[in-house]
Unconditional design. Structure first.
Ligand SMILES: Cc1ncc(COP(=O)(O)O)c(C=O)c1O
Length: 450
């Protein structure tokens, strides 16, 4: 059975696992016989890692007073306080963006951006299939077609070479996703967009502080979108942001996310545009502002440990860490690697994940081939999509998923370790390497049918 453990479910499980593992570790004799230590935990041996892992999310008592102050003020909504606006100024500064708009979530950041970049009913948007499902949904909710570029198995992001063949006269935008905080190769993507006069909206929902050629993700295209949902490196339960360098675009984003009320240079025109309510609350902004320093500090730690893992894991046959584009820095929302069962005596990926989890290393599958799940069939069978697109286009669209060979490979091969493990002491991070080495050494026994 496929292990479709989701990233969000995985956090809960990783946290629960750390409690169980701590308890197991505490109950065992400190001396472990070599034979037991080398026997895979899945076959009854001792787990390589028997302590817990850093919990996620975490908070500090010092964060409480400003939150209580907002609570007691009764000024909770954006229009009645200064915190959201202050957050926007400071988040823009952190990223080197001219402007930022805070939103209720990453999904609403994407909805705002797609609307403002004039993605309309019947348009097409080229995006990555290897992403959280919100990327698909934001395009579909605009009654546009998410057309999938293929995934580069080396980088796990959109393969720029697969974009041009997918452009039609309906294409309005390219929506690259910096998945797991791994920057997309933006130069060729931007060049294609310029040549075909397409907007570029970055899904940077997992890429806070990731960098490409000296600039932060989220300021590499026309607009960038971020999420601050609970699992994220800077969480506020729910929350999001749009970033960019154009005052005109950001004024439009502001207006659209606030029921179409005029803003900035658009002032004085009454309800000049459509809009919705995608506003962030004051509580969320206060919580987020407390975490800027923590985000910077923890990003550096995750990077150091990810670099260590990449150097070590590259030496194990059958394990291939993700490659970053030249001159870029990831932030590792998950630490992914490609797993080749052939190098592990035919041990299936699911069994490898079970074995690694049993060694005390919580891990999960990457995204699966979500375009086969039914949501796109449901969308293209709807009255609206049938009115907007020809039957021939929808048929060709549905059939095009079979061409996503790189993505199919990535979905089949990827194993991912949750980000909070990268915040552990180096001696514990080394357990990830040791556990995989142990599984490799014992793969013949593990691969045997039970
Ligand atoms: C890549 C990606 N896009 C979009 C989203 C949507 O963000 P949110 O959950 O804040 O709506 C997420 C959040 O998980 C994400 O990871």
């Amino acid at each position: 059975m496929q292990n479709h453990l989701t990233r969000r479910g995985f956090i809960g499980r990783a946290a629960a696992g750390s409690v169980a593992l701590t308890w197991l570790g505490a109950g065992r004799a400190p001396t472990v016989f070599a034979a037991e230590a080398s026997k895979p935990a899945l076959l009854g041996g001792t787990p390589v890692h028997r302590g817990g892992w850093p919990p996620w999310p975490t908070w500090r008592e010092s964060w409480e007073p400003p939150i209580i102050e907002v609570l007691r003020s009764g000024r909770w909504y954006r229009g009645d306080g200064e915190h959201v606006a202050e957050f926007e100024t400071r988040y823009a500064q952190l990223l080197g963006a001219k402007r930022c708009l805070a939103t209720a979530s990453g999904t609403t950041a994407l909805l705002v951006s797609l609307h403002v970049m004039d993605v309309d009913a019947g348009d097409e948007v080229i995006t990555s299939p290897f992403t959280f499902i919100a990327t698909y949904n934001a395009i579909l909710i605009n009654k546009a077609l998410p057309v999938f570029a293929d995934t580069d198995p080396a980088t796990l992001t959109m393969d720029p070479a697969s974009i041009e063949s997918r452009i039609t006269e309906r294409t309005r935008a390219i929506l690259p996703v910096h998945i797991y905080g791994l920057p997309c190769d933006m130069d060729p993507i931007n060049a294609i967009a310029r040549q075909h006069k397409l907007a570029v909206i970055e899904d940077a929902c997992q890429a806070w502080l990731a960098e490409y050629k000296g600039k932060k993700c989220g300021v590499l295209g026309d607009l960038g979108c971020f999420s601050f949902q609970n699992s994220k490196h800077i969480p506020s339960g729910e929350g999001g942001a749009v970033t960019g360098d154009s005052d005109e675009l950001l004024d439009r984003c502001q207006a659209f996310h606030n029921c179409g009320r005029p803003f900035g240079n658009l002032k004085g025109q009454g309800y000049f545009t459509r809009g919705s309510n995608y506003r962030m609350q004051q509580f969320q902004a206060v919580l987020l502002m407390q975490q800027f320093d923590k985000l910077v500090r923890e990003t550096a730690i995750r990077r150091e440990n990810a670099d260590y893992l990449t150097a070590q894991l590259s030496q194990i046959p059958g394990i291939r860490p993700a490659r970053l584009p030249e001159n870029s820095r990831g932030v590792w929302h998950l630490y992914p690697f490609a797993y080749d069962g052939q190098q592990f005596n035919g041990l299936s990926k699911n069994k490898f994940i079970q074995a690694l989890s049993a060694e005390g290393i919580p891990c999960s599958n990457g995204y699966h081939e979500q375009y086969n799940d039914g949501l796109l069939d449901e969308a293209i069978a709807s009255r609206g999509f049938k009115r907007l697109f020809s039957a021939a286009r929808l048929k060709a669209y549905r059939e095009s998923f079979r061409e996503l060979k790189g993505n199919a490979q990535v979905c089949a091969n990827t194993v991912a370790v949750f980000q909070s493990l990268l915040l552990a002491e180096r001696s514990n991070v080394a357990h990830i390497v040791e556990a995989i080495q142990k599984i490799h050494a014992n793969s013949a026994a593990l691969a045997k049918p039970a």
